[in-house]
Design a protein around this ligand. Structure first.
Ligand code: ADP
Length: 825
């Protein structure tokens, strides 16, 4: 260990000096001997004052002076004794070291100058025998001085002999190494303390030399790795470190030596039980005063648990991050004081902005990304969040910085207060809801498109019904005409009545179509009045009877005893039961049995229409009232139908405050429809039945028929003529006005949709003609809605009839004109 290394140069120096001294003494002895034996008379010697010639006279004295000068200059103590151990010489250094004066010491026993600290006869004897035998003795001994000090002395003794060669004492050179010893002792102690301390530490401590070889390891080190200090001494760590970490370890070692900085590395090392553990090695490199690298002192705590929890934490952070990425949630934190916003990675990716090193952006980075039209509202909410410490949710659009794409963001935020309770931060999340938003928008567009299509469909159905009605008018008139003129051939009459039936069926279909489209558009108004329920059912039965009879079904109708009154539009409610009866007839094999049962249940009237027909499959039942729903067509092809009859039934019943249900045991097991309606409890006067005129009523009016459908105009005119009226026809609006002036009719049947002048305008002009005010003007139109009726009334019409005009209804109207003041119908 470098800590224990001692510099040895002063010692070497001392030895060199002593050797030098010895050489010079020997030279001096040789010279003395030569002079004594008469070989030389004089000699020249180098002295401190320069070279001097010494003669034989006074030689001994010179010799002694010479010796004295040399020895006085030596820094080590030099003491010479004679054979009796009495001091014969003591130099200046010895005077200082033993605190005696040379003059006092001379002739005194050496033991008065110093004694050995541990007197030992054997040691003394050994010293003297060594001197005798070898002429010198060297060793380290402790001297105790007369004043009680103890000093460590590096001793070199040389035996002296007289001219005859007999022992004449010895000369000793004594170097005081007490300080040096003390330093070494201190070093030893500090090393000891270091060891004790290092062994007591609960972590691995080690000392490396410059080559990375172990100089010291503490007890915990040995226990941890299961080694002895001897096994480790002088070896490097290589066998202990995980092969994958060796390169990094060595790299850090040389880098820290090169950069003269502390060593820090996390490596895996094999513990005594063979387990690879994480150690965090930190070490301080040591350098000599000259800057030479001496090695390192380091410690290596086991950080496996910390590593594990770090890994766990990182994994959990990664998982959180993954979860955040998966749910596409970005997290932000806005410092309201500095306007700095911290974003997580997700936020940067939302906004298409490259992540900043510290994860911070400025408020303007955010506000600049928000679409300008969305910004004011968002800043208002944000301010509200700050002011009230509220939690808010808002939505805005951003334009991404990288690809310029517009994205929808949903933001949820709350405030975080500082220690003083002031709002310092607003923290929140961003969620990219673009996909959801676009789906919503698409859905909305689809709904708009659908309802648009639905509206157009309703309009189309209304137009279709209207257009289909137009050609029916002349056909109906023609058939009526044929009937009135009387058909000779039975075959022709059969064909005519067949055509009439088919026409009726067609009119019914078109009426249904018209009605259902009007109901769907909310364009129907009920003309409710208190009507006896028997009248409603009677009307329906009457209308359905031809079909029922044709199919050969048996119909039974039952009523309760007491009269029941409902608040209803008689025609519409009759339509309900007519539809149900028609269906019962249509969907039963010929010869079936139909039952219509009316009963009172509390404040309701309950009507059951039951048949023995084809029945309804269970899966059909829930959808049976939906528009255009039809059962298995193969069974009922012959009957025709649009699949709207039951839709009408349901809507009309509901408009009357009731409800309808369908039931069937299944295919082939018949069906049952139950209609429930509220009844009017108080007795009410039954409605008059409307005074139907008899067929063949005659009238004698001057009637102008104006219709651009020539067939329609001509056939109606012909029919009216047959009734005894004087008729004229016109085929457009202008012609109609002109004809009115010329012909001066008292009744004008005027189509509304006319070329040149429409019916309303023609009506107004006719009214303006002389005598025009008194003319009865009847509007004939495919449009029978309340609004159409209102418009025709405003234009000046007295009556409004829907195409195809029911001849019977027209006849009744004309009969009414004869009877009294006209009544607008
Ligand atoms: P349409 O008769 O024009 O098809 P509806 O709305 O009146 O339209 O009836 C819808 C469907 O319900 C019919 O196609 C038929 O399949 C079924 N349905 C209606 N009434 C009966 C019934 N009394 N018996 C069996 N099936 C019926």
């Amino acid at each position: 260990m470098a800590l224990m290394t001692l510099a040895t140069s002063p010692e070497e120096q001392l030895r060199a000096e002593v050797a030098e001294l010895r050489t010079r003494l020997e030279e001096a002895e040789d010279t003395l001997h030569a002079i004594r034996s008469g070989e030389v008379d004089a000699l020249m010697l180098e002295t401190a004052d320069g070279p001097q010639i010494f003669t034989l006279q006074g030689l001994d004295a010179e010799s002694n002076r010479f010796r004295g000068e040399i020895l006085a200059q030596v820094s080590d103590s030099v003491i010479a004794v004679d054979a009796d151990q009495r001091v014969t010489y003591l130099n200046a250094a010895a005077e200082r070291q033993y605190r005696v004066r040379a003059s006092d010491a001379l002739g005194r026993p050496l033991s008065e100058i110093y004694t050995r600290r541990w007197p030992c006869a054997e040691a003394e004897a050994a010293t003297w025998s060594a001197l005798r035998e070898h002429g010198e003795w060297r060793g380290e001994i402790f001297h105790r001085t007369p004043d009680g000090r103890e000093i460590a002395v590096d001793t070199s003794l040389t035996a002296l002999r007289d001219a005859s060669g007999a022992p004449a004492g010895c000369v000793g050179v004594f170097r005081d190494i007490t300080e040096q010893e003390r330093t070494q002792e201190a070093l030893r102690e500090s090393e000891q303390r270091f060891r004790i301390m290092a062994d007591g530490l609960p972590l691995i401590v080690w000392v490396h030399d410059a080559q990375g070889k172990s100089q010291f390891v503490n007890q915990p080190f040995c226990e941890y790795f299961g080694v002895t200090p001897q096994q480790v001494a002088g070896s490097n760590w290589q066998p202990l470190v995980h092969p994958d970490d060796l390169a990094a370890y060595a790299g850090e070692f040389s880098a820290c030596v090169r950069d003269r900085r502390p060593f820090h590395a996390e490596v895996r090392a094999r513990r005594f039980d063979g387990e690879w553990r994480w150690l965090e090695s930190r070490a301080q490199p040591r350098f000599s005063a000259s800057g030479e690298f001496l090695g390192m002192v380091g410690s290596s705590p086991d950080i496996t648990e910390r590593k594990q929890s770090e890994t766990n934490l990182r994994e959990s952070e990664e998982r959180t991050q993954l979860a955040i990425e998966a749910t596409a949630v970005g997290i932000w934190e806005w410092n309201v004081l500095t306007n700095a916003i911290r974003w997580d990675a997700q936020m940067f990716s939302f906004y298409g902005i490259p992540p900043t090193a510290n994860g911070f952006v400025h408020y303007s980075d955010w506000s600049g990304a928000v679409l300008p039209e969305d910004l004011p509202e968002n800043e208002r909410i944000l301010q509200d969040t700050v002011r009230r410490g509220a939690q808010n949710r808002r939505e805005f659009r951003i334009r991404r910085r990288d690809d310029g794409a517009v994205r929808y963001i949903e933001s949820v935020e709350t405030v975080r207060a500082n220690a003083q309770g002031e709002t310092e931060c607003v923290v929140g999340t961003n969620l990219d809801v673009t996909e959801r938003k676009t789906a919503e928008i698409r859905l909305r567009q689809a709904v708009v498109a659908l309802s648009d299509a639905d509206r157009r469909k309703d309009e189309f159905l209304a137009t279709l019904a209207h257009e289909l009605r137009n050609p029916l008018a002349p056909i109906r008139n023609g058939l009526q005409l044929m009937k009135m003129t009387g058909v000779q051939s039975a075959a022709l009459e059969q064909a005519r009545s067949m055509m009439e039936r088919q026409l009726t069926q067609m009119v019914r279909l078109i009426d249904d179509l018209m009605d259902v489209s009007r109901i769907s558009r909310g364009n129907i108004e009920l003309r409710k009045e208190h009507v006896p329920f028997t009248a409603v059912v009677g009307s329906a039965v009457e209308a359905s009877r031809p079909l029922i009879e044709r199919m050969g079904h048996e119909l039974t109708v039952t009523f309760p005893q007491q009269p029941l009154v409902v608040d209803a539009d008689m025609t519409r409610l009759a339509q309900v039961f007519q539809n149900l009866l028609n269906n019962a007839a249509k969907y039963s094999d010929p010869g079936g049995y139909i039952q219509l049962n009316v009963e009172r249940q509390g404040s309701d009237v309950v009507v059951t229409v039951k048949d023995t027909g084809i029945g309804i499959a269970a899966d059909q039942l829930p959808r049976i009232f939906e528009m255009f729903t039809q059962g298995d067509r193969s069974l009922e092809m012959s009957q025709g139908g649009l699949g709207i009859g039951l839709t009408l039934v349901k809507r009309l019943v509901e408009m009357h405050g009731g409800r309808v249900e369908a039931g069937s045991e299944g295919p082939g097991k018949g069906s049952e429809f139950v209609v429930r309606l509220p009844i009017v409890v108080e007795a009410s006067k039954p409605q008059e039945s409307g005074g139907a005129a008899e067929h063949g009523v005659r009238s004698s009016h001057r009637i102008l028929v104006v219709d651009d459908n020539r067939d329609g105009a001509d056939s109606l005119a012909a029919m009216l003529k047959l009734m005894g009226n004087d008729t004229r026809t016109a085929y457009d609006g202008q012609e109609g006005v002109d004809a009115a002036g010329e012909f001066r009719p008292d009744v004008i049947v005027l189509d509304i949709g006319l070329p040149k002048l429409n019916g309303y305008e023609a009506c107004r002009r006719i009214r303006e003609q002389p005598g025009g005010k008194g003319v009865v003007l009847i509007a004939i139109t495919g449009w029978g809605q309340d609004e159409d009726r209102r418009r025709s009334r405003v234009a000046g019409f007295d009556h409004h009839m829907v195409k195809p005009v029911d001849p019977q209804a027209l006849m009744n109207l004309l009969a009414g004109l004869d009877a009294g003041p006209t009544r607008w119908q």
